[in-house]
Design a protein around this ligand. Structure first.
Ligand code: AMP
Length: 302
């Protein structure tokens, strides 16, 4: 089933203890779309500048990714630079250059307006709502990601947008900031009052927790010997999760639980190499094989 994503398509410069890359293709919508396209067709809404070349676009080719909604304008694409600490648990943002992203007003191509599943990547909450307004019928699921900048900068706008969201995917600090609650389960109760019925807290190397009105489910991060670059793990996770849900067409306890596992599995490939390098080569059989290993990792006898 159709899955629409809006978010950044960017160039990233990344430094980790394993090395450095300069101006590699990144952006939340890029990671999300590549991940989700293993499960369903993805419609991408974003903006790039003249520096986004055919070569950059090649990574999307041959996949179930529709780029009709990727606007090209004069100027430079969004640029982000970050450096990770020695243990990679902390990230310092060295540069955020909005460039063409600063004047982004998402416009949905006609063919996107019947999208049944929607993911609102981390952008201005007013623009996230603008996307929803262009969808003809109420989607079956709306997921949303946001960050500290919007939680503290435009809280009223964010609250308004959250009223239309079912699945909120944020990290633990953001959850605490949004709700003012330190305990994540109490925080979830606050989130439920804002609109979403499902709160998914991304916890990096500690995996992810899903708190739903009726149940709680947790997944560890897939155990890897080498993590080279955590950039995009959260967006990849969201792409795997929403892609799986869209492919099933129904949001139930069972599909939500499986979606958490597929999100974690796909994210585990992303972090193995810099940027989208590994995500761009991972195959469906590799994803399935790792999902099976994941099941063994978490199964036990009572
Ligand atoms: P993550 O590691 O999941 O937080 O995502 C990293 C990606 O988010 C990078 O590819 C960046 O280009 C993108 N990004 C960083 N800052 C922003 C921002 N303020 N708005 C939108 N995208 C961003």
């Amino acid at each position: 089933m159709s899955l629409l994503v809006v978010g950044s398509v960017a160039f990233d410069s990344i430094e980790t203890p394993f090395g450095k890359v300069d101006r590699t293709l990144g952006g939340a919508a890029t990671y999300f779309a590549l991940a989700a396209s293993h499960f369903t067709t993805v419609r991408l809404v974003g903006i790039v500048g003249e520096d986004f070349t055919e070569e950059d676009q090649a990574v999307f080719r041959g996949r179930k990714i529709d780029l009709t909604g990727l606007e090209r304008v004069s100027g430079k694409s969004f640029f982000w630079a970050g450096r990770y600490s020695q243990n990679m648990n902390e990230r310092t943002t060295l540069a955020t250059e909005l460039n063409v992203f600063a004047s982004f007003r998402p416009k949905l191509p006609k063919a996107y307006r019947d999208s049944e599943h929607v993911f609102l990547g981390n952008i201005d909450p007013a623009l996230q709502r603008l996307v929803l307004r262009q969808i003809r019928r109420k989607p079956k699921s709306v997921g949303l990601d946001t960050m500290n900048y919007w939680i503290s900068g435009t809280p009223a706008e964010l609250r308004e947008t959250l009223k239309h969201v079912q699945i909120l995917t944020i990290n633990d600090d953001e959850t605490r900031q949004l709700t003012g609650e330190h305990n994540l389960f109490r925080a979830a109760r606050h989130v439920f009052k804002m609109g979403p019925q499902t709160l998914i807290i991304k916890r990096g190397e500690n995996g992810a927790i899903m708190v739903h009105r009726g149940f709680v489910f947790a997944v560890p991060a897939f155990p890897l010997e080498e993590v080279r670059d955590p950039t995009g793990a959260g967006d990849t996770f969201a792409g795997g999760l929403m892609g799986y849900l869209a492919s099933k067409g129904r949001i139930t306890e069972q599909t939500l639980r499986s979606a958490m596992v597929y999100g974690s599995v796909v994210a585990s490939f992303t972090v193995e190499q810099f940027g989208v390098e590994r995500l761009a080569t991972v195959t469906r059989p590799e994803i399935v094989a790792r999902a099976k290993q994941f099941a063994r990792l978490t199964t036990f006898r009572l």
